[in-house]
Design a protein around this ligand. Structure first.
Ligand code: 9UX
Length: 69
């Protein structure tokens, strides 16, 4: 299991947090995603055999948010 802490910009309200949580949890291989509005972050536990960091970033960006790095 791999854990990533992603810095996300563009989350404004709880609805944004829900959106990011939903797209992350929809990915096969994500076991846990904790999204924080205050921290502008998502801590994601995932199976590195199924997903890579780029795919996590892309899913968030496709939902309309920016990921740093
Ligand atoms: Mo809140 Mo975010 O009204 O995509 S849901 S700003």
């Amino acid at each position: 299991m791999q854990s990533a802490n992603l810095n996300i910009s563009g989350m404004v309200c709880g609805g944004c947090v829900s959106s990011v949580s939903r797209v992350l949890n929809a990915l096969d291989g994500v076991t846990k995603a904790e999204v924080s509005l205050d921290m502008h972050s998502a801590v994601v536990d995932y199976d590195a055999a199924k997903l890579n960091l780029e795919q996590l970033k892309r899913a968030i960006e496709e939902a309309g948010f920016e990921v740093a790095g």
